[in-house]
Design a protein around this ligand. Structure first.
Ligand SMILES: NC(=O)c1ccc[n+]([C@@H]2O[C@H](COP(=O)([O-])OP(=O)(O)OC[C@H]3O[C@@H](n4cnc5c(N)ncnc54)[C@H](OP(=O)(O)O)[C@@H]3O)[C@@H](O)[C@H]2O)c1
Length: 288
């Protein structure tokens, strides 16, 4: 029988602004249906300044899970009862989990990034020399997770050197600021800037790293997934590198949240199929 919400249905949601483009409802609702859980997932527009109110609403309404996107990640970190070690180190929450009456702020981006590499590509970052371009929220999560997972060196490049230094400090002993020249000797190159993103017309064809510095033996990850084949992914593949987009990270960070909320393993195949179908619908004709 087709699932319908009822009086026992449990609710998870994403909050942020803008939030109407979010793929999270597609991913999680596909997961709930595939596993047969009586849960549903909605998106709520919550502008800056509304994070604490949204956490209070989660308490008052008994909402069981929250995904948090910009501009709420810092506000929510200040409003929950407890932070996980990753959320505390990053000062940002992307997932809220209910533990009885206690609301715990988590940050699943770094673990999602590592899981995408390990589980989808068979890549273990232990001992790798890494270059991360960008020093925003995603870069910081990636840098911290690379250090925790045993990367040998993490060079951080950003146009604001103080932001790069702060991000590099999340990888004590192995993080340092540098330039994209480090791509020459890097085993792993990560783009954590919007350069190459589909909607940003003036950046659309741009590369965050000179393609001539990429080559065989390297793994290149573009955290962007729109388009699915970004200019960086295309250039890196042409140079002989293994290159992936950000869809794996998106799915794996969601899978961690799904497990934390429901206690069930996330059905990644169903979630992935749903998100690819949604992206294809949005873009008209894109293919993985
Ligand atoms: N796959 C996933 O699951 C996932 C998750 C999160 C984010 N992402 C993607 O990762 C990217 C970064 O997201 P974020 O949340 O970290 O954003 P953010 O916090 O705004 O950080 C963006 C970073 O990129 C830099 N940047 C922006 N425009 C640039 C340009 N034209 N040239 C060079 N550097 C530029 C920023 O530098 P300034 O500080 O100087 O502006 C900053 O360091 C986005 O494309 C986002 O879609 C993917």
């Amino acid at each position: 029988m087709k699932w319908q919400p009822g009086s026992h249905t449990r609710l998870a949601a994403v909050i942020g602004d803008p939030v109407r483009h979010s793929l999270s409802p597609t991913i999680h609702n596909a997961g709930f249906r595939a596993v047969g859980l009586d849960w549903t997932y909605l998106a709520f527009d919550v502008p800056a300044g509304g994070g604490a109110g949204a956490v209070a609403a989660m308490r008052a309404l008994g909402i069981d899970g929250l995904s948090v996107t910009m501009p709420q990640k810092l506000e929510v970190a200040a409003a929950v009862d407890r932070l996980s070690p990753a959320a505390e180190a990053l000062g940002a929450v992307n997932t809220v989990v209910r533990e009885g009456s206690v609301l715990v702020g988590e940050n699943t981006d770094g673990e999602g990034f590592l899981n995408a590499l390990r589980l989808d590509e068979g890549v273990d970052v232990v001992g790798m020399r890494c270059l991360v371009v960008g020093a925003g929220g995603a870069a910081r999560a990636v840098i911290r997770s690379l250090a925790e997972a045993g990367a040998a060196e993490i060079v951080v490049v950003a146009r604001r050197s103080e932001a790069a230094a702060e991000a590099a400090a999340l990888a004590p002993g192995v993080g340092r600021i540098g330039s994209t020249d480090a791509a020459d000797s890097a085993d792993l190159v990560v783009n954590a800037t919007p350069v190459g993103m589909g909607e940003v017309v003036e950046l659309g064809d741009a590369l965050p790293v000179d393609a001539s510095r990429l080559g065989a033996g390297q793994v290149v990850v573009d955290l962007i997934y729109h388009p699915l084949v970004t200019p960086l992914v295309a250039a890196a593949r042409q140079q002989g590198a293994v290159a992936v987009n950000g869809l794996g990270m998106l799915l794996h960070q969601a899978a961690i949240a799904f497990r934390l909320w429901t206690g069930e393993e996330a059905p990644l195949e169903a979630m992935s199929a749903a998100v690819l179908a949604e992206l294809a619908k949005q873009a008209g004709n894109i293919k993985p």
